[in-house]
Ligand binder design. Structure first.
Ligand code: C2E
Ligand code: CA
Ligand code: CA
Length: 559
């Protein structure tokens, strides 16, 4: 942590103050001694001296007279020094006050800052409790503010913060606190009588609505919205929250509520509810479990067969992550991947799983491919392609056997970077598939611009596929588009024979789904491949691809 310049300034001014006080005392002591000396000697020597100067008396004692003059000089000097120091002291007190004020306020908006807000909330909570009132604390986060800074520059970003702070100030009642905690995060606190809860709810709704009104800065009109989490000492239904009074507690709860507001789609208010605390605790335990599980190698790859629907041959497997948690059992990726992503550990997990998948796939027939799902977060890394290629080399695994699956949401953030990454991988022979296609994110022009080898039709279209229904028409349209763009298609989620038959009638497709089997661990894959004589040559003797039994893979019972 670096030293806060304000604190340093304060400490320095305090030191100077103490020093000047000390010096002040010495000066005063000397002046007092001089005055005493003056009073003792002045009464006799001064009249003699004055008389001598006026020509009335004899010469006074030279030493005494000089001492007296020196005395007077010291008194005058002491007095002027005392005056100067007093002035200096007043100045220092003023600048000290200003430094304190600066340390307590946000320089951009003039609101309170994080440092001063918590003590102020605590004070407000104390006075509310003493007078039988309630207190509400809200945290306000501007949605996608970073985009405004990125696209319009920091000056306009500052303008948005200023305008937003002004709107909040206008709406909040007298006596309410408003702070900018940092970046685009604001906080407010206010007290109210317990029968006024509906009024406070309306007020908070108005804060959100005011943030959502367009902001005009010069020629630019900016649209932004806010997510607000509010916690109060008493809930709308009149129940009092246990231990809700403290400022820190209220801010924590408002923070949990704000997280929910963001999760529920932003531009809204969420009041704290006790269930959020349990959820947070559960989430904390889940995170701890994930960390432990990563160290203990509890995350393992499962594999789902991919089939050529024409011939029924296995063409490869899709790797799907599983967490073998000692507490929770086998956990599916829909649960843990988003959390691992938020924890910033997706790269570590992906690396471990991919390394395992390469080693597993080395035991398979060399014509079988392995498809790996890539998180959009991994594609933000400009070194992603290099890292993959390095891993391929480290595991002596041919690039042509690797297929990566990218979802459409990964394409929007930085299309230039994604394009370079995918092109780099394709140039080395890696196959690139667009996963979950049809969920509605990618435009046709994007499809043309981005270097894909295949499209995977989302399983929501395949799930209830029947002849001549709307889904069949949609899948038909997607297939024609794939043919038009010269992109082979894979259908995922083939659950039964009826779907398979429908798909077979629609064109040349590859596919996968529970009809062929559930995702299974590496050992089961080996058994399956051994039965089909599809193990790598060195795993069960030389494989003659021509003689290998690649006939129709027996369809398994849908689970
Ligand atoms: P996905 O890529 O769309 O994977 C297909 C999902 O559909 C898998 O769920 C699979 O078990 C399931 N599935 C396959 N056939 C059928 C079927 O016939 N019917 C139904 N209803 N479902 C079927 P799973 O394994 O739970 O994976 C869920 C998602 O988690 C995956 O969706 C993928 O997006 C993500 N994921 C899985 N493994 C990884 C990984 O290693 N890294 C990353 N980043 N994401 C992963
Ligand atoms: Ca996939
Ligand atoms: Ca998919």
């Amino acid at each position: 942590m670096s030293a806060n310049p304000e604190t340093t300034k304060l400490a320095l001014s305090g030191f100077a103050f103490m020093e000047s006080r000390h010096f002040d005392g010495v000066t005063l002591g000397i002046a007092a001694a001089s005055i005493l000396l003056f009073l003792a000697t002045g009464g006799t020597v001064l009249p003699e001296l004055v008389g001598y100067w006026r020509g009335f008396g004899g010469q006074p004692d030279v030493i005494l007279a000089n001492a007296l003059i020196l005395n007077i000089a010291v008194i005058l000097f002491g007095w002027s020094r005392y005056k100067a120091l007093s002035r200096e002291l007043v100045e220092r007190c003023k600048s000290e006050e200003q430094a304190l004020r600066l340390a307590d306020t946000d320089p951009l908006t003039g609101c309170q800052n994080r440092r001063s807000f918590l003590p102020a909330v605590n004070a407000l909570a104390g006075s509310a409790a003493a007078s039988g009132c309630e207190i509400a604390v809200g945290l306000i986060d501007l949605d996608h503010f970073k985009a405004i800074n990125d696209y319009h520059g920091h000056q306009l970003g500052d303008g948005v913060l200023l305008e937003t702070a002004a709107r909040f100030t206008e709406l909040l009642p007298e006596g309410a606190l408003l702070a900018r905690l940092g970046g685009d995060e604001f906080a407010f606190a206010l007290t109210y009588h317990n029968d006024e809860h509906p009024r406070i709810e309306t007020l908070v709704d108005r804060l959100v609505a005011s943030a959502a009104n367009a902001i005009q800065i010069g020629d630019t009109t900016l649209e932004i919205s806010a997510s607000v989490g509010v916690a109060s000492s008493r809930h709308a239904d009149g129940t009092e929250f246990p231990a809700a009074g403290g400022g820190e507690n209220l801010m924590n709860r408002a923070d949990m509520a704000m997280y929910q507001a963001k999760k529920r789609g932003r531009n809204r208010v969420q009041w704290f509810e006790p269930a959020m605390e349990y959820e947070q605790r559960f989430r904390g335990e889940l995170e701890a479990g994930i960390r432990r599980g990563l160290r203990a190698n509890e995350f393992v790859p499962y594999y789902e067969q991919q089939i050529d629907l024409e011939t029924g041959e296995i063409i490869g497997f899709e790797m799907l992550a599983r967490w073998q948690s000692p507490d929770l059992g086998l956990v599916n990726p829909d649960i843990f991947i988003p959390i691992v992503e938020e924890m910033g550990l997706i790269e570590d997990l992906a690396k471990t799983l991919m390394a395992q998948a390469f080693e597993d796939a080395k035991h398979w027939h060399p014509r079988l491919t392995i498809a790996i799902n890539i998180s959009p977060l991994q594609l933000r890394d400009p070194w992603f392609a290099q890292k993959i290629l390095k891993m391929l080399v480290a595991h002596a695994f041919p690039a042509s056997r690797l297929e990566i699956e990218i979802t459409e949401s990964a394409l929007h953030e930085n299309p230039g970077l994604v394009r370079n990454t995918l092109t780099g991988l394709r140039n080395q022979g890696v196959v690139v598939t667009l996963d979950d296609f049809g969920m509605g994110y990618s435009s046709l022009s994007q499809l043309r611009m981005l270097p894909f080898d295949r499209l995977k039709i989302d399983r929501s279209f395949i799930r209830d596929l029947k002849h001549d229904d709307t889904n069949a028409k949609l899948v038909g349209a997607i297939i024609s588009m794939g043919v038009g763009l010269d992109l082979p298609l894979v259908a995922e989620g083939i659950e039964n024979d009826a779907i398979l038959k429908t798909l077979r009638g629609m064109g040349q497709l590859k596919g996968q789904g529970y009809h062929y089997g559930r995702p299974e661990p590496a050992e089961q894959v080996l058994e399956r491949l051994a039965a089909l004589n599809l193990l790598a040559p060195d795993a069960n003797g030389p494989v003659d691809a021509g003689n290998a039994d690649l006939s129709e893979v027996p369809a398994q019972k849908t689970a």
